[in-house]
Design a protein around this ligand. Structure first.
Ligand code: TTP
Length: 259
């Protein structure tokens, strides 16, 4: 076919155990050096993390598609994103994507500087691009209330931002970066339902319409508008496909979306 692959996973499995074992060994060495007893703490880590965090994941997105990653807490949604980022290396299978990735983590972070610095994050200011993004992320009204608008310094000596403002600034930063693939991990935390709905529609669906997107979300409205949905359950792919296929094949799916 003529379509280009935006993201593909073929039979991918992974576990976090190696990292955890490494970390544990480091803690053990440090404790030993400090003269602390460690006992059998190692068993705790091994039992918890030795099982794969993701098992036999298959998916294929064409360029410009939106994938919704859903599933209950601890089901592996963030881990799936870490795997695309290369932070979690698959023990089996193959991942393909076209290269430049922009990632918005679940926990928003702000560096010292102005709000604008936090969005541009070292990139040059393009007025049109910047304005469309802050509009789509519903940040304009917030800026109007600040003494120096988006040139207001944040962190030490500057204004304190709300959780929702931080979340929207981090989303704007991820969207401003020019990439082939956008990974948005639960970008709507701390936002009220109306703001979430607006930003999902204006930013994720419309402004980013031509971008390949992977969005962690459990909202029914978001799943409906995604091109593909992956529903994880304890690291297994409980479902992969379109929303109508989800309704037909997994009529009980909503019980897995809570949390
Ligand atoms: P997550 O991938 O964080 O699961 P999730 O994103 O679905 O959960 P939530 O909705 O609560 O954010 O975790 C799956 C398992 O992987 C869990 O046992 C914790 C483990 N894990 C690590 O060990 N290291 C990591 O960096 C991450 C992200 C997860």
């Amino acid at each position: 076919s003529l379509t280009t692959v935006g993201l593909e996973m073929i039979n991918v499995s992974a576990s976090w155990d190696e990292g955890i074992v490494e970390l544990f060994e480091k803690i053990k060495r440090e404790n030993k050096a400090n003269g602390h007893l460690t006992g059998d703490d190692g068993l705790f880590f091994t039992n918890l993390y030795v099982t794969p965090v993701l098992k036999s994941i298959n998916l294929r997105l064409e360029e410009g598609m939106m994938l919704a990653v859903a599933g209950s807490t601890g089901s592996g949604k963030s881990s799936l994103l870490m795997m695309i980022l290369g932070e979690l290396v698959p023990s089996e299978g193959k991942i393909k994507h076209s290269g430049r990735v922009s990632y918005s983590p679940q926990t928003s972070w702000i560096m010292p500087g102005t709000i604008r610095d936090n969005i541009l994050f070292g990139l040059t200011y393009d007025e049109y691009r910047y304005t469309s993004i802050i509009r789509a992320c519903q940040l304009e009204e917030d800026f109007d209330l600040l003494p120096d608008k988006d040139k207001t310094p944040i962190a030490e000596g500057g204004v304190t931002l709300s959780g929702g403002q931080r979340a929207r600034i981090c989303l704007a930063r991820a969207v401003y970066k020019d990439a082939d693939l956008y990974l948005l991990d639960a970008p709507f935390t701390h936002l009220d339902i109306a703001t979430e709905k607006e930003i999902f529609d204006k930013c994720v669906c419309k402004l980013m319409a031509s971008k390949t997107r992977v969005v962690v979300t459990c909202k029914l409205e978001h799943l409906k508008r995604a091109d593909r949905i992956i529903l994880l359950h304890n690291g297994d792919c409980y479902f992969y496909g379109t929303f109508s296929e989800l309704q037909a094949q997994r009529p009980d799916f909503s019980s897995l979306l809570l949390g």
